[in-house]
Design a protein around this ligand. Structure first.
Ligand code: NCD
Ligand code: ZN
Length: 368
């Protein structure tokens, strides 16, 4: 997956310092799995937009505040002091506008997430028809609470590889026109159509881009056999889409920013007759993005994408700390290599065994 890039002749030991980044889309889960994964995010990122698709989903400010407490408790005092979970509400047909107003006023909700019902993991309680949630969207527009969108139609007649592009035409563009003051993030974009739509739209619309959609195309899912660790939603698309996403991420356009969509599932959930969608990329996320920006000759654009565009869109201050990346020679014996498998529970506990993205690879940049 790692390709030689224009700067691949640069010397090992070279360093870059970045303003501390944020992850604008992450799944931290709950319970034992949360305990196992949350530090990987907090070690790299100062803040993270935490997705609400738990079972049951996070639909009240009180539930979000309690979840935030569990996240901070799981981190322990040292990591918790340097990490701010930004909570989100799960939009459903029965959610009341008052709950969003309350959650925002209490500085608990930083956004609300739209899962079209049936689109992805734990989306059954999501929204069937956007018309039903018009009062919620009007409220969000008025109070400045961003709408985060899983942008795929669920119509089984639409080919799975077309579901994002069709969502943009059928749902997103009319939604933006109906709510011109609503801030919208099209999450984890996977297509050239999405990148173009976001680049052309005004400041109302932004997008997150994951590391995996910048590294893999849909061939990865079938390379030598069925590869569940490369299955996520929206599913990776053709190579031309990956290239369009790389161009968007490294363009310097403030509408594009970092959101890992790190979505851990234990082995038994991934390697099953009906395996779950989700790629666990949190442990080497910034290294993964750095590899892409390096290969594109755009390391000077990494800080904007990782640390500046997101806070500006959300109207939050930039972080003050820094993070240092050091170039390594991936061929060298000392190179940090991504483990093939992380055993995060007791030996043999498959629910806490995770295969990280880039398993077995040495990336060209490592975190100091
Ligand atoms: C996510 C998950 O597992 O929660 N899975 C994924 O493939 N991205 C849900 C989501 O963001 O669609
Ligand atoms: Zn997600």
């Amino acid at each position: 997956m790692a390709q030689p890039g224009p700067t691949s002749l640069a010397l090992p030991g070279q360093q870059i310092c970045l303003r501390r980044p944020d992850d604008w889309h992450v799944h931290l889960r709950d319970g034992a799995l949360m305990q196992a994964v949350v530090a990987a995010t907090a070690r790299q990122f100062a803040r993270a937009i935490v997705m609400p698709n738990l079972t049951p989903p996070i639909t009240t400010a009180a539930a979000a505040a309690a979840y935030r407490q569990r996240i901070l408790a799981a981190l322990g005092p040292k990591l918790a002091a340097g990490f701010q979970p930004l909570m989100t509400a799960y939009l459903s047909d029965s959610l009341q506008p008052q709950e969003l107003i309350k959650g925002q006023a209490e500085a608990i909700f930083y956004a609300a997430k739209l899962y079209p019902a049936g689109a992805t993991t734990n989306s059954a309680a999501g929204v069937r028809d956007l018309a039903t949630i018009a009062p919620l969207l009007e409220t969000m527009e008025r109070i400045g609470l961003p709408l985060l969108v899983h942008g795929e139609v669920t119509d089984p007649a639409v080919d799975i590889f077309d579901r994002e592009a069709v969502f943009i035409e059928r749902q997103l563009l009319p939604l933006l026109a109906r709510h011109p003051g609503l801030k919208v993030v099209l999450e984890h974009i996977t297509t050239a159509e999405a990148a173009a739509c976001v680049a052309e739209a005004g400041p109302q619309l932004a997008a997150t881009i994951t590391p995996h959609h910048l590294h893999i195309n849909r061939n990865a899912l079938f390379a030598g056999g069925l590869r569940p660790d490369f299955y996520c939603l929206p599913v990776a698309k053709r190579e031309r889409h990956r290239l369009a996403l790389r161009a968007a991420a490294t363009s310097g356009d403030p509408s594009f920013f970092l959101g890992t969509d790190s979505a851990p599932h234990g082995r038994q959930a991934k390697e099953a007759a009906c395996g779950c969608a989700g790629i666990y990329n949190a442990p080497y996320a910034i290294e993964s993005y750095a590899a892409v920006f390096d290969q594109e000759g755009a390391l000077d654009k990494l800080e904007g994408f990782a640390s500046e565009h997101g806070p500006r869109f959300y109207g939050l201050p930039l972080n003050r700390g820094v993070l240092t990346l050091e170039r390594q020679d991936p061929q060298s014996e000392q190179a940090v290599t991504v483990p093939l498998r992380l055993e995060l529970g007791q030996a043999g506990d498959e629910s806490l065994a995770l295969v990280p993205f880039h398993a077995g690879e040495a990336l060209p940049w490592r975190l100091r």
